[in-house]
Design a protein around this ligand. Structure first.
Ligand code: ADP
Ligand code: MG
Length: 311
């Protein structure tokens, strides 16, 4: 059984979304205990993860230190967070595996995802990143070519493209590591977005890929048997937040797509998870599960969570 596990924000920050090093290490320990339980069932596991708060912190450092050290582009921030989170997750998993006497090796891979400059996101960026700034400070950054939006009372916020991932360029390296028995952390933050130049060279680009859509594509390329999207709720819910809320259990993909079209899943949170789950099921014919970290062993067996199945 090969599992592609996508970890949400609560696996890397505390419940309030704080991302001090100690918060990240503590959250990683909890998440990796769940992964260790999965490994004890004999599963092969590839872990991917979000990086929103971590990239947000790097952007603030960039801004505050710009007069002293040169700011680095967003794709570099992605690479830095893949490496740091990979290291934190590996350390936590190694410790948990040693504690349980499970003999498995871990590896983390800096992973690039191909996107197209023709993606509509580049003409109309939609993904908000980093912190809010007052209008005059935002205006300065607009002069430097960035896109910022007036978000009312909270201030201005930078928006960037969130292009479709077309290919996970380093998937063959992930595959080789999995085949060699490694538990691999890869494609964090959806992958470092790169475009292919006319001469064939790759170039990093300022954009943010949705980590769940990146996970669905990587899962397809690795022939995963199941995609597990681990977040902070045990199920996707119909009429979320209303008195008529209803948890979704086992559901066929066309039914799930119909629910999505009816607008049950918020665009910045549950929406992309449902989209990723449906895509994975459509392209692979295998199930995808949306659930919380505590439920992932049951999720892989199709017993708990929102289990999206082929029609
Ligand atoms: P993560 O950080 O784990 O990737 P998000 O925080 O972006 O995930 O999304 C998970 C959140 O989505 C849940 O905590 C919940 O508040 C919200 N949400 C929005 N719509 C729904 C829905 N229909 N069903 C369940 N959760 C939903
Ligand atoms: Mg979150």
């Amino acid at each position: 059984m090969r599992v592609l596990l996508a970890l949400g924000g609560n696996a890397m920050t505390n419940a309030e979304g704080r991302a001090r090093p100690e918060d990240q290490i503590a959250a990683a320990e909890v998440a990796m205990a769940a992964v260790a339980s999965l490994l004890e069932t004999g599963a092969e596991v590839v872990v991917t993860h979000g990086n929103g708060p971590q990239v947000g912190n790097l952007l603030v450092k960039n801004e505050l230190a710009a007069a002293v050290v040169p700011p680095v582009p967003l794709d570099w921030c992605g690479a830095q967070t893949q490496a740091t989170l990979g290291f934190v997750l590996m350390d936590a998993l190694d410790a948990e595996l040693a504690r349980r006497g499970v003999d498995r090796r871990t590896a983390a891979l800096v992973t690039r995802a191909l996107v197209s400059l023709d993606d509509p996101g580049f003409t109309k960026p939609t993904k908000p990143i980093g912190r809010y700034l007052p209008a005059d400070e935002a205006a300065l950054l607009v002069e430097h070519g960035e896109t910022w939006e007036d978000r009312g009372e909270k201030g201005w916020r930078r928006v960037v493209a969130s292009p479709e991932p077309l290919e996970i360029l380093d998937a063959p390296a992930v595959q080789a590591l999995v085949d060699a028995g490694f538990v691999v952390v890869a494609n964090g933050g959806g992958g470092i977005p790169v475009v292919r130049e006319a001469d064939g060279r790759l170039r990093g680009i300022e954009a943010v890929i949705d980590k769940d859509l990146g996970a669905a594509l990587l899962g397809d390329r690795l022939s995963a048997d199941v995609l597990v999207v681990a977040t902070d709720v045990p199920h996707a819910v119909l009429r979320y937040g209303t008195p008529e809320a209803e948890e979704i259990g086992r559901v066929e993909v066309s039914q799930m797509e119909a629910y999505a079209a009816e607008g049950h899943f918020a665009s910045g949170s549950m929406g992309p998870k449902v989209e990723a789950a449906c895509r994975f099921v459509r392209t692979t014919g295998k199930p995808a599960v949306i659930t919380d970290l505590d439920s992932i062993v049951g999720a892989v067996e199709g017993r708990t969570g929102t289990v999206v199945l082929p029609d």
